[in-house]
Design a protein around this ligand. Sequence first.
Ligand code: DGJ
Length: 387
Amino acid sequence: MNMKKAIVAISLALTSLCLNAQAQPASSFKPGEIWPDNNGVHINAHGGGLLYHDGSYYWYGEHKIAGVAGNKAEVGVHVYSSNDLYNWTDRGIALKVEGDDSDIAKGCILERPKVIYNPKTKKFVMWFHLELKGKKYDSARSGVATADTPEGPFTFIRSQRHNAGHWPQNVQPEQKDPESIKLTLAENNKFGGGPSKKHAKFNILGSHFEGGQMARDMNLFVDDDGTAYHIYSSEHNSTLHISQLSEDFLSHTGHYTRNFPFRWMEAPAVFKHDGKYYLIASGCTGWKPNAARSAVADNILGPWTELKNPCTGTNPSNKLGAAKTFGGQSTYVLPVHGKKDAYIAMFDQWNPKDAIDGRYLWLPINFTADGFEIPWISEWDLSHFDK
Ligand code: DGJ
């Protein structure tokens, strides 16, 4: 073999080695590492949520753009599918941003999309946090879209604040006081979405009674009886609302509760285990990680009892432990289909300067006598739950 032929043969062998390496299916979770899809591209589904339907998992999340800071929606909601949770196939954009006269105009803020299936209407229903284009985080709305198949395309229906004209089940008499409502309305534009003592002095709930309650970070939960709930940071992020959805999952019934007043919880994720409802959430520090929260309730609408920070251990790649949720922020909890007591807690490790390089921290939930724990494990697989 002459030199030229030898070089060609070596390059062919190397290429085939690389291709083989790429084609190797994944068989474990490696939290925080690049997670290639079927095309070898890092999965682009941030602030995501999962749906199990007809034997497949679907992962919906915010499609981010390389090198772009912040959170402007330039493309829409990306969807991937998988049969084993390790290997994901790119199914494209499930919900596309629209033209300038739409509420979901290109350049709006569209966060934390979640999809549930309604067996009565046979529709896949997506809810997401929406901030209208050019209005920063002032709109505090949710958007809803539906599709006939899990991959979409989803059709945008509308965006709104919630439960206008309805008081929560656990309303306090002072929240109905017209004087405090007037005072707060006069103050309203001066509130921010971050913790301050000022918020507690005003009647934020009452001031949004007529126009509908604010909604930012959010999640969905479908109970065993088929009733769906929308869980969202409300009242300028200071208080979490949990609201029942209508039978078609497309609107709010006016049946809702205020939870964790002035605990500033974002990133809520609810799951049910052995008849009890559990919640994971974060504090309110923008893109920066903080300590995870957890809570338990006998009824999804509360009352909720706060438990300890469930995280244990340290993420060796950034040296962050429980105090900073390993560098992540919760986005969803997945009950693994067909496996008893198997729940995966999902967190985003945001990268606000290069949003597309955000990483995913998927970790197992271990149930304990007084609640649950989420241990850091650098590599694990579903056999973890067989122990
Ligand atoms: C934290 C939220 O959880 C994210 O979804 C996003 O809204 C950022 N704040 C924006 O600062």
